[in-house]
Design a protein around this ligand. Structure first.
Ligand SMILES: [Zn+2]
Length: 142
């Protein structure tokens, strides 16, 4: 048996022991709590940028629901606009989107820098950047 499997079993045993020894706070307060289906998290593998999550059925992806006089946050997706039945998959997809965007922005910044400066200016900036710390530490002028 793998050590991670042994640890997992030990953890479950410890949780069961703890639950048996101490009364649930919800029970002691007389509250009946049923976890919603949104709180059950499962791991999601092989998520790619193309795996755009399905839109929320209640608000059709708008994140807001209109009533007669006002507009309020969708109660089903909490204003996110996606079907939250697999939240881990959505978070992983959003993470991929963020890193794609960062890469894109860095490339555009680089392209803009190249388009707006000459090679000599870039060389000078590079040299200044390289010697910045040395100048600061050794050539104070006093
Ligand atoms: Zn919604």
């Amino acid at each position: 048996m793998e050590s991670s499997e042994i640890k997992r079993i030990q953890l479950i045993e410890r949780q069961n022991r703890r639950n048996a020894e101490s009364e649930s706070i919800l029970d002691s307060l007389g509250l009946d709590y049923q976890p919603s289906e949104h709180l059950i998290l499962e791991s999601a593998d092989n998520v790619t940028l193309e795996d755009k999550p399905a839109k929320c059925k209640e608000c059709s992806g708008k994140g807001k629901v209109k009533s007669l006089f006002s507009e309020y946050e969708c109660f089903s997706c909490f204003g996110i606009g996606y079907d939250l039945s697999d939240p881990v998959r959505i978070m992983k997809w959003q993470q991929l989107c963020m890193s794609w965007s960062k890469t894109k922005i860095r490339k555009l910044e680089r392209d803009l820098h190249i388009a707006t400066t000459t090679e000599a200016e870039r060389m000078e900036q590079g040299m200044n950047e390289f010697y910045k710390d040395i100048k600061k530490n050794h050539f104070r002028g006093d």
